[in-house]
Design a protein around this ligand. Sequence first.
Ligand SMILES: [Zn+2]
Length: 152
Amino acid sequence: MVKFLADEMLGTVAKWLRILGFDTEYARDMEDYEILLKAGKEGRVLITRDAELFDRAKRRGLKAIYLPHAELDRDMKEIISVYPPEKERFMCRCTVCNSEIVEIPKKDVRGRVPEGVYERQERFWYCEKCGRIYWEGSHWEKMRSFVEEILK
Ligand SMILES: [Zn+2]
């Protein structure tokens, strides 16, 4: 499955790519040359808002997607139409640290998530690395139907 490296301006896009199951690194505090090196070494597709960085990536023969518009829906559509996600991989990666998350029994999250969430949700996931707990909230519902619409 394709792996991504998102530039510093694409934090939200990176988060959503992770939720869709893509291994996505986020280039925080990295110089352009470091970003290009990392993309090449790890075989990651660079996603960037920076026209110059995009050109440099292409000249080096790296795969890259240029996203100049700063609109989340549009950005996601551009990426997904080239690299469609696999539904079985949805909700399997931590949005904070990019580790894989595991489903845990509902009773195990009692007291660790807001009460309303506990009452409404049936399924929960847990990141063993950073301890974050996930559930399919309303943002995810919206993104899922948006993605499914594009994949049709
Ligand atoms: Zn995590």
